[in-house]
Design a protein around this ligand. Sequence first.
Ligand code: HEM
Length: 448
Amino acid sequence: MNDAFTREPSWDPRRFPPAARAPRAVQTVRMLMDPQGYARSLRARLGPVFSLRTHPYRGALVCAADASANRAVLTDHERFTGGDAAALLAPAVGAGSLICTPPPVHLDHRKLLLPSFHGARIAVWAERVRALVGAQLPALLSGGGAPVRPWAQRLTLDVILRVVLGLTDPSRTAAFRQALGPFVATGNLVYLFLPEPLRRDLGPLSPGGRFHRLRGAVLDLTREEIAARRAAPDRTRRDDVLSLLLDARDERGAGLDDAQLLDELTGLVLAGYETTATTIAWTLHLLAHHPAARDDLIADLDAGSDRLLKATVKESGRLRPAVWNAMRTAARDTMLGGRPVPRHAFVAALFPLTHLDPELWPRPDDFRPERHLGADPAPYALTPFGGGVRRCIGVALAQLEIETVLRVVLAAAVPEPAGPREPARLVSVTLVPARGGRIRLRPRTGRT
Ligand code: HEM
């Protein structure tokens, strides 16, 4: 187990914010079954800063669920530190990836990565992303009432492999798809939540053995890409993230070695494709279930405007943010929203709850994109990409992908429900539609 877990203070009701009395196992199951509903009921009973006593936390996960506590956790870096806090994900994304790197190294690495994800640089991918969406559209249109998330995963994986690793050879993309599919499957990621003895590699059939074998396959492929690119004579003319990172240097002239590159690239691929696919699935699913919002958006796009497009993406990120929280640890004993938080405790900016605060968002459960027109939200009322120095670096790429999917799909077809509106389930740290976001697409006559 990572140091952050060994340092974590044990449960002591006098040193933590209030918690429910239910045993840890019960709280864990309720969180997995209905994360937003259960956490919301705790917030209503215990206030906006409360403790969640769930596995794998020995003490408790301190939850911040209003705009002011959200802002403190995301931006007060002296009191709330990132990096180690993502310990849970380290076995998957790599301890050396940006997500898991503590300060001060975090900022050095972030400066090396940021230029590749800058809005202007991402904009050059617009045509290629559009082509990838167009190529996958027939599969979606012929899906007939199928869950949209697997389709979106395929698409966003293609995009991330192209943008981050620069893959153009379909056989390499296929090899990555084959390796990544089973690795990110829910059954495999359960490993992250297992107690230490069950994580050991006890042979190929044990969860630990399987996890490491699957991860090894992904790393081997990535290593091959790094080696091939280092050797490529044309790499300075290429615009993928790997090519840019190979030549990136900090102020002291230092770059990333192969081991660091491997962790950064693995982290980028894993952080970037599931999250974006899930957001695409939620957005199409929500539109299918809200015909007025859907028809307004189609009319607005047909008229050449993107006002409602941007508002729709914001509203989907408010109501169904793909990521469940942003994690930090308390650097010292401190107070949050008038509640005590002990040093080394895990602290979560639980923005999916802040996004449902009726004081910030009237009728919070309604899907109403127009609420974002004209007015900016209150500070830290809407943070689906986290915030502060650890805010998601993939925002521009994610938005490009989501907007492109909506433009291309809605020009060709009208999403309609294919079953009831789905609740959210928690898979690792992602809030996914329980049945994959089922929709049916009715072709738009005369336009396809
Ligand atoms: C809709 C899609 C996405 C969502 C909802 C999302 C959400 C998030 C959130 C909530 C965080 C934590 C921020 C914090 O701790 O304050 C994060 C971090 C991160 N995301 Fe994303 N993300 C998305 C897409 C992407 C993409 C496309 C990439 C890259 C290709 C990416 C790369 C990262 C990285 C590297 C971090 C760690 C940043 C750091 O610690 O400095 N994400 N993301």
